[in-house]
Write a protein of this length. Structure first.
Lengths: 259, 132
C-alpha cells in the first residue's frame, strides 16, 4: 500500500467542493487503514453494454468487461463484508457517520481500463470550460486509467463507470486501499481560516463535485449542517472569521448530537 | 499505469499452410484474440518472446495503424527465427514499442517459413503503459 497518500493521526483534511466554492475541514483523530481484495468488478453476466464503436456487447461472465465496451451508468460495490450499513454499496454510510470519512484508492486490473466517478451515482462530474464540455469514460477526457482516488462523505452514493478501449475481453479485479478516518471539526474559526489560507498544513482533496446536485447539497446540509466554509483571501480575515463562526455553530451542533 | 501480461498461443502449420496468425490467450482475457488494440495515449511494449515447437518457424510481430480498416495493412516490425525443433527465449533490454496515437493501432503475432508440419508455440510478455 502506498503509505504517504493517506492522512495520519493529528493531520487536518480539507475537502474542497468546487460546485460551491466551499470546503469542509476535519481533524483526524484516528486512522484505520487496510486493503480489501474485492474481486471482479460487479458487472453481471448477460448485461448488454454499449461500445466505443456504436454497437453493443454482452457481458460473457461475471466481472468481464468486453473489449471496446463501457459501463454507461455508475455502479456501486456490493459489500463483501457482512453487517455493513448498505449491502448494495459498501462505501455508503448515513449522516450519523459524520465522525467518519472513507479515503479510498480503487485499483482495477487490467490497469488500462478507463475509470470515472459520478457523485452522486448518475451525475457525471467531469467538465471542461465550465459546462461547455462533458467528460468521462465515454469521452476523450475526464477519466483515469487503472486507479481512482475518492473520499466518501456520508449520505451520498458514489457511482463508478469503466471503459475498455482495447479489444480484449478483460477479466477484471479490484483492490481497495483505504483509510477509515475518525474525524472531528476544529472548533476554532481562526484555525479554520489558517487552514483554508494554507498557513496550516492540511491534506487538501477536491471532491469531484463540480456540478451542483440537490441530493449532494441535501446530504451536506443533513450531515454537517452546512455546505462548508467559503474560501476567502488572506486579507479578508475579519469577514471570514465572522462567517466561519456562523458556519461552525451549525456544524458543531451536528457533532454535538443536534441531528 | 502499467499492465504487464503474458499472451500465448499455438498453431499447427501444414505443408500447404505454412503461415498465419497466432490465436492468442492471456490470463487477463476471457476469450482468445488475434491482435491487441492499443488504447489511445498508451504504449504497447513487447518485452520478451518465447518460441518453441516441433518445427522451425519465423515469429513476426506485425503492426497496423488502423485495425478498423476493412483490410488492415500489417507491417512487420520485428522477426525472430526458430531454426528447427526446439525452443528459443528472447528478452530484450529495449522492447518493441507501438504508440496508440489514434487508438486504432494494433499488434499481432504471426508465423511464417515453417520448416515442417507440427505444433509451434509462442508466448510474449506484453505491456500496456502510459509511461516511458
Amino acid at each position: 500500500m502506498q503509505q504517504d497518500r493517506f492522512a495520519r493521526e493529528g493531520d487536518y483534511i480539507t475537502l474542497y467542493i468546487p460546485a460551491r466554492g466551499t470546503a469542509l475541514v476535519f481533524r483526524v483523530r484516528a486512522v484505520s487503514r487496510f486493503s480489501i481484495d474485492y474481486g471482479p468488478l460487479p458487472i453481471p453476466a448477460g448485461l448488454t453494454l454499449p461500445t466505443y464503436d456504436g454497437t453493443s456487447a454482452t457481458v460473457p461472465a461475471y466481472g468481464v468487461l468486453p473489449g471496446r465496451a463501457l459501463v454507461p451508468q455508475g455502479i456501486t460495490f456490493p459489500s463483501v463484508i457482512p453487517n455493513v450499513y448498505d449491502g448494495s454499496d459498501m462505501w455508503y454510510v448515513p449522516e450519523d457517520y459524520r465522525d467518519r470519512l472513507f479515503h479510498v484508492v480503487q485499483r482495477v486490473t487490467p490497469s488500462w481500463l478507463r475509470i470515472d466517478v459520478q457523485v452522486p451515482s448518475g451525475v457525471v462530474q467531469s467538465r471542461f470550460q465550465k459546462d461547455r464540455g462533458m467528460g468521462g469514460v465515454d469521452r476523450a477526457f475526464g477519466y483515469t486509467r487503472g486507479a481512482i482516488e475518492t473520499i466518501h462523505i456520508p449520505k451520498v452514493h458514489y457511482g463508478f463507470r469503466y471503459g475498455n478501449d482495447s479489444n480484449i475481453d478483460a477479466v477484471t479485479f479490484v483492490r481497495f486501499e483505504y483509510a477509515e478516518y475518525t474525524v472531528d471539526v476544529p472548533a476554532n474559526p481562526e484555525l479554520i481560516f489558517d487552514i483554508l489560507t494554507r498557513r496550516v498544513p492540511s491534506l487538501w482533496f477536491t471532491l469531484p463535485i463540480f456540478i451542483p446536485d440537490p441530493s449532494v447539497e441535501s446530504a451536506l446540509e443533513v450531515t454537517y449542517g452546512a455546505f462548508g466554509f467559503p474560501l476567502y483571501r488572506a486579507d479578508e480575515r475579519v469577514r471570514a472569521l465572522e462567517e466561519y463562526r456562523r458556519v461552525l455553530d451549525r456544524i458543531l451542533s451536528k457533532y454535538a448530537g443536534g441531528g | 499505469m502499467r499492465e504487464l501480461v503474458t499472451v500465448f498461443g499455438s498453431a499447427s502449420p501444414t505443408a500447404s499452410n505454412q503461415s498465419g496468425d497466432f490465436r492468442l490467450s492471456s490470463p487477463v482475457a476471457y476469450s482468445s484474440f488475434t491482435y491487441i488494440r492499443v488504447p489511445q495515449g498508451l504504449k504497447l511494449k513487447v518485452w520478451a518472446k518465447r518460441l518453441s515447437g516441433t518445427a522451425g518457424f519465423t515469429l513476426l510481430i506485425q503492426y497496423t495503424g488502423d485495425v478498423t480498416a476493412p483490410s488492415p495493412t500489417w507491417v512487420t516490425i520485428d522477426a525472430e527465427h526458430l531454426a528447427g525443433a526446439g525452443s528459443l527465449e528472447l528478452e530484450k533490454r529495449r522492447p518493441v514499442a507501438v504508440l496508440g496515437v489514434t487508438g486504432k493501432e494494433a499488434v499481432k503475432l504471426s508465423y511464417a517459413n515453417t520448416t515442417g508440419a507440427g505444433t509451434i508455440y509462442v508466448s510474449a510478455e506484453v505491456e500496456l503503459t502510459d509511461e516511458e
